[in-house]
Design a protein. Structure first.
Length: 184
């Protein structure tokens, strides 16, 4: 796949995404046990663990579906929404790339839809759960944890982010927008 090599995807899933699912399930089980025993001494730990690991799983699940397209530019409602929110596709792309590259340490660049404001917005998400905005529905994710790109790009995050646009599945992003807007 242009932009991401098969070995990176394999390691990314096996060593990062899949273990996040296991850890989220473990945290949920520990919280259920705490409720049963009325022992909440570790509730802070398991709530943080659940927020981190479940967010990792959800974001990765979207990220994988965002990839595998032909890149280019979106069409239809998504193209109009991007132009309305950011001025043009080129300005949107520059904004999302800059936000993604500038994520402090590890995290995600996020194009999301905010149903309350009915607007698209770009966010930086540190780790998997920090710096989010309540209610935002993720549409397009750029994973900027080093494990997402290090084998091919080493520390060249910007190069990876820009190459990722070559394989975005814009149909997937458009479907996510319609679902977030409540379209049938």
């Amino acid at each position: 796949m242009p932009g991401i090599d098969a070995r990176t995807v394999e390691l990314h899933y096996k060593l990062h995404h899949k273990p996040a699912v296991v850890a989220a399930n473990k945290a949920e089980e520990a919280l259920a046990k705490a409720r049963e025993s009325n022992d909440f001494s570790l509730v802070k730990f398991y709530e943080k663990e659940l927020a981190f690991q479940l967010s990792s799983h959800l974001l990765h699940s979207i990220y994988w579906t965002n990839l595998g397209g032909k890149g280019g530019e979106p069409t239809g409602n998504l193209a109009r929404a991007l132009a309305s929110s950011f001025g043009s596709f080129a300005k949107f792309k520059a904004h999302l790339a800059a936000a993604s590259v500038a994520v402090e340490a590890s995290g995600w660049g996020v194009l999301g839809y905010h149903p309350v404001t009915q607007k698209l917005m770009i966010l930086q998400c540190e780790n998997h759960q920090k710096l989010t905005a309540w209610g935002v529905q993720p549409l397009l994710l750029v994973d900027v944890f080093e494990h997402a790109y290090y084998l091919r790009y080493q520390n060249r995050r910007a190069e990876y982010v820009n190459k990722l646009f070559d394989i975005v599945n814009w149909d997937n992003v458009a479907q996510r927008l319609e679902l977030a807007r409540g379209a049938p």
